[in-house]
Design a protein around this ligand. Structure first.
Ligand SMILES: [Zn+2]
Length: 67
C-alpha cells in the first residue's frame, strides 16, 4: 500500500492503491481530512473547509490616502 506524508502532521499516511485524484482520506494521526491531489507520486493536500472565513487585509486599504 502506498504511503505519503500528511501535510498537517508529517506522519506517514496510507493511501489506498485504488485512490483517485480528489479522493478524501482521513489521517489516522491527526484526524485531518486530506484530498488526493496527485497520484504519481501521491500527493495529499489539506481539505479546506468552507467554514473558516478568509481574513482580508482591510487595514492595508486606504492607508495613507487623504483626498
Ligand atoms: Zn496527519
Amino acid at each position: 500500500m502506498p504511503t505519503t506524508k500528511c501535510p498537517e502532521c508529517t506522519e506517514e499516511v496510507y493511501v489506498d492503491a485504488e485512490s483517485e485524484q480528489g479522493d478524501k482520506i482521513t489521517c489516522d494521526e491527526c484526524g485531518a481530512v486530506l484530498v488526493v491531489v496527485g497520484l504519481d507520486p501521491i500527493e495529499l493536500d489539506l481539505k479546506e473547509d468552507g467554514d473558516s472565513d478568509d481574513f482580508v487585509d482591510k487595514d492595508n486599504l486606504d492607508d495613507g490616502y487623504d483626498y
